[in-house]
Design a protein around this ligand. Structure first.
Ligand code: DQQ
Length: 499
């Protein structure tokens, strides 16, 4: 079952067995990139979560390492949930959520110099209880940074009847923490759970960093002047209903609070790029990973034997309008093979698909297009010859020709009636109708970037289609360039799946 699975991605990171969810402890340490992740090797379901671990020198090929953290008698007996890695004066240190009896508390483990063996500290849990007297919805996940001579920590949470929040703490040694207060409290009464930017009743996986040139890291947080680049508070909006999507506030972190300026959607795929975590690498880039969860039933996951895909690492930069832009790290281009360049042309509406001559189920596509006002361009991928299945990426330009919408239409992406095919879409700036579109297709994983705005999702084609088509549904589109590559497997072949 393992190697033949046509839906298992080949150049995205997937776990060697069972279940994967959030990226954890993402970092670069003495030149080596470390990716830890929420892992259940026992099967493709979320249970008694451990920390899987993989390393890389190029963010493209990964080497599996021994399990970093496993539940043991004590505060993490029921799971080692999400957390981060920090450098405590040369000692690699993990701060994570220990789960016991359906609640989570902050725990710490220290690592060997090579980050391969981890020892839980005797002080665990390092915070004995959530803040007293606050009616919380949940309490877990961590953002930890050095500020001057102290450590600061955010723990994701929510206050019942009000909204999501992050509690701020301070410590001299990562073992004893003083509660400061909520950094900022969202307002769950604004909007409702159906909104793609509803802030939820709990914030999972909070991640605070400085945006902008040089991607200043957490070390300099708190030292900003009012006119400088914004700080960014990323969180995964959660609710005990269905709400699961990543959002971010831009604003100013100063003193003990965060003054929000604007709220943004982080990825238009919503739950398909969930629980993102970022770090600043040794070259000063801010790199983010997210969990591309499945869009199929629990039973289908168990049957497949694996679940969850890690997104490609993304470089996060600050756009001129104060929002974040994203692009896959350039290292990914190492996997490109068989370059095909589709000749530039002007395409006019009529809705007839043009075969591009490009095909494959592991692809990197780069298009530079200009849409006339009110035009609609569709790029079909993973299309079967008979057209029965196709995943459609659509760009539409507004009447004024400066803004538009990126949409992913999955209604024909799969003949399997049991998979998620909900429409995904979001706004994209399109100055002069111009769009630089990047699409990475890796079997069931699709990552789309339109002028830096990402839309990530999963698709489950059943017919093995590989066709790539272009269709101008309305108006006129100039195809300035269209480059396509086949993407090699990062494991030199299919990623084996261990039972
Ligand atoms: N996943 C972890 C939690 C986190 C959630 C558990 C987000 O720590 O809140 O596996 O997907």
């Amino acid at each position: 079952r393992a190697e033949a699975d046509p839906l298992r991605p080949r150049f995205h990171f997937v776990s060697p067995a069972g279940w994967l969810n959030d990226p954890n402890g993402v970092s670069q340490w003495n030149g080596v990139y470390h990716l830890f992740y929420q892992y259940n090797p026992e099967g493709a379901f979320h249970h008694r979560i451990q920390w899987g671990h993989a390393t890389s020198t190029d963010l493209v090929t990964w080497t599996d390492q021994p399990i970093a953290l496993e539940p043991s008698a004590g505060p993490d007996a029921d799971g080692c949930w999400s957390g981060v890695l920090v450098n405590d004066g040369g000692t690699p240190t993990l701060v994570y959520s220990g789960r016991l009896d359906e609640r989570e508390l902050p725990c710490v483990a220290t690592g060997s110099a090579d980050l391969m063996t981890w020892t839980k500290v005797s002080e665990n849990p390092v915070i004995a209880a959530p803040p007293a007297g606050v009616d919380i919805t949940a309490y877990r996940d961590h953002c930890v940074w050095r500020e001057g001579t102290v450590w600061r920590q955010l723990v994701g949470s929510g206050i019942r009847g009000r909204g999501g929040t992050a509690f701020l703490y301070e410590s001299a040694d990562l073992r004893t923490w003083t509660y400061i207060g909520p950094l900022f409290i969202g307002d769950a009464s604004q909007g409702d759970p159906a909104d793609t930017d509803w802030t939820g009743t709990m914030w999972e996986c909070v991640d605070l960093f400085r945006a902008g040139e040089g991607a200043l890291g957490a070390a300099s947080l708190g030292s900003v002047q009012p006119d400088e680049d914004p700080d960014v508070l990323v969180f995964s909006a959660w609710d005990d209903g269905d709400t699961r999507h990543p959002l971010y506030w831009t604003g100013r972190y100063s003193g003990d609070t965060f003054e929000p300026a604007a709220l943004h959607r982080l990825d238009y795929g919503g739950r398909f790029f969930y629980a993102p975590q970022s770090f600043e690498d040794e070259s000063g880039r801010r790199i983010m990973f997210g969990w591309m969860q499945e869009g199929r039933s629990d039973a289908a996951m168990v049957e497949a034997g694996w679940s969850g895909v890690m997104s490609l690492p993304r470089v996060t930069t600050l756009a001129d309008d104060g929002t974040l832009d994203f692009a896959p790290v350039p290292e990914v281009e190492k996997l490109r093979r068989n370059h095909v360049s589709v000749p530039g042309k002007r395409l006019v509406g009529g809705g007839t698909p043009v075969d591009t001559g490009v095909s494959g189920n592991q692809l990197d596509l780069e298009l530079d297009v200009q849409l006339a006002p009110a035009s609609v361009l569709q790029l079909g991928v993973l299309g079967s010859g008979d057209g029965a299945e196709e995943t459609v990426i659509e760009l539409s330009c507004s009447l004024e020709g400066e803004n538009g919408i990126l949409r992913l239409d999955r209604t024909r992406s799969s003949l399997d009636p049991g998979v998620d095919v909900e429409d995904k879409s979001g706004a994209v700036p399109m100055p002069d109708g111009r769009v630089r579109l990047r699409v990475l297709v890796d079997r069931s994983a699709v990552e789309i970037f339109a002028n830096g705005k990402p839309l990530t999702a999963r698709v489950y084609p059943t017919l093995g289609g590989e066709r790539v088509t272009l269709t101008v549904e309305e108006g006129a589109v100039t195809l300035a360039s269209f480059d396509a590559w086949t993407m090699a497997d990062s494991w030199g072949g299919p990623r084996p799946l261990f039972p």
